[in-house]
Design a protein around this ligand. Sequence first.
Ligand SMILES: [Cu+2]
Length: 273
Amino acid sequence: MIARARTFETTALALFFFGVTTLTVWGFAMPDWLPPAASRHAEGVDGLIRYLLVTTGAIFVIGHAVLIYFILKSGSGEDSTTIQTNPKTERLWSIIPVLTMALVSEVGVLFLGLPVWDEIYGEVSEDVLVVDVAARQFEWIVRYPGEDGEFGRTDPAQIDGQSNPTGIDDADPRGSDDIVERNILRLPVNRPTQLRLRSHDVLHSFSVAAFRVKQDIVPGMVGSTTFVPTQLGEFEMGCAELCGLAHYRMGGRVIVMSPDDYETWLSEQGGDA
Ligand SMILES: [Cu+2]
């Protein structure tokens, strides 16, 4: 009786497991479960996500199938106290999964991930556009070097929420033409872009899902992230680090424009690329 009850439970569990797995695979097979890939390294990041889903998913399914097989087998009435263990077999079947997982996680991820990592944190090209992005509770202050192509010095004592949110030092002439915007980041398409990331208060994280960019910002440090926007349009930018009560509304837009439109906008602000 006990054996039959156990077989029923195991079969129900197995059906439930395969049902959930089928739904999961179906969900991931949907063509648009990820946001549009709008930067040059986005395809590489997606490739890594797919690789990890397929490899760990296969290991998950095989592992559970083996588990279910052994539960059903041991439920055939055999007295579990008489089952003999074999240390040699146990050792072998401990080492094989460890090596397989090491191969998947270390070798595979490094092989696929290093070129992507290099695109984000490697050498930047000569024509890179540098934009200064400061995070503060609960907004993004975006600053472009003006006509002189240089950022002015900043001074925390001169930060004023309304007139000077990023604290441009008025003693530094290089800062007089800097262009400051809130919660809007305008970028020319296909131009390598490096963001200089700073925080005025607590930990934040700059995130644009369409660019596959997510970079923590640590107060007291200047961080950076590099990417090449490849699609025209508007994309959502947000803060991916719980940074206070109004964290949920710390968002903005990235507007990717044609180089001509970008130049026009810049000259309207009195700047020059
Ligand atoms: Cu934040």
